[in-house]
Design a protein around this ligand. Structure first.
Ligand code: UDP
Length: 396
């Protein structure tokens, strides 16, 4: 089987944690590598973009086909105007290389739009994964600025795709009820986690690798530094916790200058500058040291369609405190592997962090449960389910 994977703006070769590089990029890379074991050949198509200042994440790069569509330095908002050019480029590649695709697998709405156009030319089924949807995000986080076409396109793509892959019950219900898509066309197939790379190891050894004092209490945040991630709530909570030896490590690229300076200003105001460390973007191979050095991982997001970093922390045996939003509800089991918080205000975070900081036994037992739970969310199941869906749609 040969699949055209369309990822218009997400280049899977980039290091996650930077601008436009997060869970989606990790997901695409893992899926492409793992599907090859099942004899599924996947060609990844991404819009050509300015790559000179980006960090390439992996030594073994995926063979991504970069398609010229608009200026290389274009921002995400603005790409939609160049979708036809992108589609033409992908189709030309197919013609020039005499290829035949059985299926199109689209990621994010821009790719969904491109894929519906390719479907008309090629006559093959389209599966779309949105990763995030504007209306859901907007509800949780009204400050978001987006392409005016996005919402209508997401509705159309939901209805015209042959299958929509979602990562949570919440997203399925939303698409079904808001966009009138029949239930059997929406498939809940969440990603897995690399259980080999992310596994519990000795905390002192991990701390030695990244130069962290063994006596500190370490709280960890991993993600893109966007307001949606709710780091301000965590900073406010930290300012209310009276423990000298706490440090917060913020892992994620410092590309968003205005957000970083806003957060640093907050640290100053709350007298936290000594305790909060902005580490920048970290490679996959070094991330395990950060998870394994930490006592608690916190994800206070307004919304997460999934929350891979919470799952990676859990796989390393670290309790997670997260907002009860989207996919996080399936990653964190409340009171067992960490805490899920309904309210995104600092009070509940203070309460749960204090409970965990005071009890090493509780952290350990929740950490053990977290690893066990992460083992159930593995890549084998995820890829098997995807492959079954591919088979079903291509045999019609
Ligand atoms: N990540 C990374 N290096 C960093 C920061 C993040 O590799 O410096 C990875 C992180 O491990 C996770 C992904 O980026 O796999 C973020 O995915 P998540 O679902 O948490 O958030 P998203 O970016 O999709 O909003």
């Amino acid at each position: 089987m040969r699949v055209a994977l369309i990822s218009v703006h997400g280049d899977p070769n980039l290091q996650a944690g930077g601008k436009d590089a997060g869970g989606m990029n990790i997901y695409i890379r893992e899926v492409v590598e793992k599907l090859s074991v099942y004899d599924v050949e996947v060609d990844v198509f991404t819009r050509d973009h300015d790559r000179k200042n980006e960090i390439e994440a992996h030594q073994s790069k995926l063979n991504v086909k970069y398609i010229k569509a608009g200026d290389n330095s274009l921002d995400k908002i603005g790409i939609y105007n160049h979708i036809d050019e992108f589609v033409e480029g992908v189709d030309n590649y197919k013609i020039q290389n005499n290829l035949k695709y059985d299926l199109i697998f689209a990621h994010y709405w821009l790719s969904g739009s491109a894929s519906l156009k390719l479907k008309k030319i090629w006559g093959v089924p389209v599966i779309t994964t949105f990763h995030t949807m504007q209306e859901i995000k907007q509800e949780a986080f009204p400050y978001n600025i987006d392409d005016p076409q996005r919402q209508a396109q997401e509705k159309l793509i939901s209805q015209e795709s042959d299958g929509v892959v979602v990562w949570s019950e919440h997203e399925k219900n939303f698409i079904q009820s808001k966009y009138n898509v029949i239930s059997k066309n929406i498939h809940i197939i969440p990603p897995g986690v690399d259980l080999e790379l992310f596994q519990p190891t000795d905390k002192d050894l991990a701390r030695r690798e990244i130069n962290i004092d063994k006596d500190l209490k370490v709280i960890l945040f991993v993600g893109r530094l966007e307001r949606l991630k709710g780091l301000d709530t965590l900073l406010e909570a930290l300012s209310m916790i009276d423990q000298e030896e706490i440090n917060l490590l913020v892992v994620g690229g410092l590309y968003n200058i205005s957000e970083v300076s806003r957060l640093k200003k907050m640290c100053n105001e709350y007298n936290l500058s000594e305790k909060v460390h902005f580490i920048g973007s970290i490679s996959r191979s070094d991330l395990k040291y950060y998870y394994n050095s930490s006592d608690i991982c916190v994800l206070p997001s307004y919304y997460e369609s999934f929350g891979l970093s919470a799952l990676e922390a859990a796989a390393c045996g670290v309790p997670v405190v997260a907002s009860k939003k989207g996919g996080l509800s399936s990653i964190v089991v409340d009171k067992k592997t960490g805490y899920l918080l309904q309210w995104r205000c600092p009070g509940p975070f203070v309460e749960k962090l204090e409970i965990l900081l005071k009890s090493k036994d509780l952290r350990n037992s929740m950490g053990i449960n977290a690893r066990k739970h992460a083992e159930k969310l593995n890549w084998d199941d995820s890829i098997n389910n995807l492959k079954q869906l591919f088979n079903k749609l291509t045999s019609n």
